[in-house]
Design a protein around this ligand. Sequence first.
Ligand code: ZN
Length: 214
Amino acid sequence: MIEDLFSNNLRWAAAKNRVDPEYFRRLAAQQAPEYLWIGCADSRVPANEIVGLESGELFVHRNVANLAPPQDANFLSVLQFAVEVLKVRHVIVCGHYGCGGVRAAMSNERHGLIDHWLQPVRSLYKARAVELDAIADEESRVNHLCEHNVAAQVEAIAANPFVEDAWRRGQPLSIHGWIYSIQDGLLRDLETSVHPPKPTGRGRRGRAATGRGR
Ligand SMILES: [Zn+2]
């Protein structure tokens, strides 16, 4: 019942207040999260919950298939605000196995508007068709593309001008690619992290920005 959500909310707010009477007053005064989370809209991947972070600790952007499209005003607004105003130290792209968006991008069926949104994933599938189509099991084929998709978003974010400018300013900011399994609730680091370029002398800092760290 939809009314239950309000009674749930009353209970939740009361419980928070009981543990820490200053909780909401403190949160209302400012937000200073260290992390930007880019995750899938899937209801089974609740960002704060799976990494055990409280309100105010995680700046969250979610869309179908956890994409970071360089032309999407929604995503770009979130990224710029997180990097330039909140000055988060980590951007986490978190995909999940069995992603319905990734699965839809692999099929030949039409699904509507979402087919346009998923175009980058379809392109990624085409680019890796030889490798992916050699995997006989459909589920593991989808899961492999889920991983590639996360890596591609990490790469796109590392090449984003907002991120490049932050690195040029010397701002500490790392980009990470993780994947979540709904089956066991566990996160896995795909080891595609990109860290700020090390200063290597005048005029070279910007160029090192594409270097990968593990
Ligand atoms: Zn998904």
